[in-house]
Design a protein around this ligand. Structure first.
Ligand code: HEM
Length: 484
């Protein structure tokens, strides 16, 4: 059975006529040469087929939260089970997602477990705040992500893509793609935030950020205890020191910029200039510092993960590689794409979307009910938990034909999913990712450059996904690259 939601129109494809023609041409190229069952089908991560004890659940959560997803959630939109005297609602249906993230959003808050892990490092930032504090920050930050603000970053994204090509080709034997993609997206976010600023030791700050991201991603058994919200989370001495290094560097950059007449066009400049449209208020230095760290935490590893899985899938699909190359030749030739050209790389965009369908960088989100409510008519009590299983939604057997196959043509203008909550790597509703446009522009440019300049082949067999906040490749992602 295919999507019962298909009839519900409407997500307008944001492609112009010229792009659509190009999309059909490259899609036709990728389809014409092979029958659908010749498509690459990576092994899928499957979950529990029977309930397990609370202790076993805690163990699995720490090792790989993907393992607690029930197998049945690939066939049904909701499952409900017991959870510490309350209920946990695991959901994988578009209308159920919409109910939690949009229709009844005021009844849900981000999970205390995730907030406990994020807040010591990100503070009360747009990612962790709720209520008025979140609304104010979202209002002030939204204009920084307008198209005209993001487009100028295309050239630094292309530079990072070209650096990545060089490193992948220089590798003696298989390249460790996840590391190279992490470096590329770090280069992009760091330059987008601070521009060419000097006055701080970039190497030291990068090392500190790595320690902080590791600290955010490390779930401890004590995190699974439902402490009162005000109980501080234990932080290692190393993480405290790293937080001090990052804060000192950010504070000194903020002070230097404030002393200049022109704050600049990078994110730091935009944050210093940003004003609340309702009240005219500016962000405090502390808000700005926490926002900078939040953009790094939310925007660098996620994009690197999307690219890593996309390259894995493309490595296993030579026809898709040829189609990517043909598109790059037609759109920007031997040069590198600018913002206008990157918007015309519609097939590269489809590949990134299909990669994020199969491997959503954020595969599960958790929410806790702060009031009695319901999910599509099913009663929910205050204190219940909802697990939004995007991984299951994206491979749901009632929604997608051959859900485990890599088929970028699913995202062609004629075939793309119609329900806005059927494909949601960036979340949904008012708390959806603010960085979507930035991430898509970056991922499309970097993927297109790598696929057009190299021939990619798998180095070992299947790679398994493991969730450590994001959906990482277990044991890394070795692939081989040859110059075209
Ligand atoms: C492929 C890359 C990315 C993916 C898959 C992704 C995914 C997500 C998801 C699923 C959420 C919703 C979280 C929730 O509802 O609990 C989110 C929120 C957010 N993302 Fe992204 N993201 C990406 C890139 C970025 C980038 C590049 C930035 C910034 C430069 C960014 C900044 C944020 C922020 C600030 C939020 C919180 C928004 C709010 O609560 O109002 N993300 N992202």
């Amino acid at each position: 059975m295919l999507s019962p939601w298909r009839a519900k129109a409407s997500r307008t494809p944001c492609t112009g006529r010229k792009e659509r023609n190009l999309a059909s041409a490259t899609s036709a190229l990728s389809r014409a040469v092979r029958p659908p069952d010749a498509l690459f089908e990576p092994a899928a991560s499957r979950g529990l087929d029977a309930p397990v004890s609370l202790i076993e659940t805690a163990r699995l959560m720490r090792a790989n939260p993907m393992a607690i997803l029930p197998e049945a959630l690939f066939d049904t939109p909701r499952l409900t089970g017991p959870y510490l005297g309350r209920k946990v609602h695991e959901i994988a249906g578009p209308e159920h997602m919409q109910s939690v993230l949009q229709d009844n959003v005021q009844a849900w808050r981000k999970s205390p477990l995730i907030l406990r892990m994020l807040t010591p490092i990100l503070g009360d930032s747009i990612l962790t705040a709720h209520g008025e504090s979140w609304k104010r920050q979202r209002r002030i930050l939204q204009p920084a992500f307008a198209r005209r603000r993001i487009e100028p970053f295309a050239s630094l994204m292309a530079r990072a893509g070209l650096n990545a090509v060089e490193r992948l080709l220089a590798s003696d034997g298989p390249a460790e793609v996840h590391g190279v993609m992490n470096d590329a997206t770090f280069q992009v976010i760091e330059q987008a935030l601070f521009g060419e600023a000097d006055g701080f030791d970039r190497g030291e700050v990068r090392a500190a950020i790595e320690v902080l991201l590791e600290e955010i991603g490390r779930m401890r058994l004590s995190d699974l205890v439902p402490w009162p919200e005000w109980t501080p989370r234990y932080m290692t001495w190393r993480a405290r020191k790293a937080r001090g290094i990052f804060r000192a560097a950010a504070d000194s950059q903020i002070a230097r910029r404030r002393a200049q007449d022109e704050p600049g066009e990078d994110f730091l400049g935009l944050l210093l200039n940003a004003r609340d449209a309702d009240t005219g208020a500016a962000l405090s230095d502390r808000d700005i510092r926490d926002t900078l760290m939040t953009f790094i935490a939310a925007g660098h590893e996620t994009t690197a993960i999307a690219l890593t899985w996309a390259l894995y899938l493309v490595a296993n699909d030579p026809v898709c590689q040829d189609a990517l190359r043909a598109e790059a030749d037609a759109v920007y030739g031997a040069g590198e794409p600018d913002a206008e050209q990157s918007a015309r790389l519609v097939y590269a965009r489809q590949v990134i979307e299909e990669a994020m369908r199969l491997y959503p960088p954020a595969p599960i989100l958790a929410r806790r009910a702060v009031a009695d409510t319901d999910i599509c008519g099913h009663p929910v009590r205050k204190g219940d938990v909802a697990l939004l299983a995007f991984y299951c939604l994206h491979r749901h057997r009632t929604l997608w034909a051959h859900p485990d196959r890599f088929d970028p043509d699913r995202f062609s203008p004629e075939r793309r999913p119609r329900h806005p909550y059927q494909f949601m790597p960036f979340g949904g509703g008012p708390r959806a990712c603010i960085g979507t446009r930035f991430a898509m522009q970056e991922a499309v440019i970097v993927l297109s450059l790598i696929a057009s300049r190299t021939r990619i082949t798998p180095a070992h067999g299947e790679v398994e996904p493991v969730m450590q906040v994001t959906l990482r490749p277990k044991g890394g992602m070795p692939l081989r690259f040859e110059a075209r």
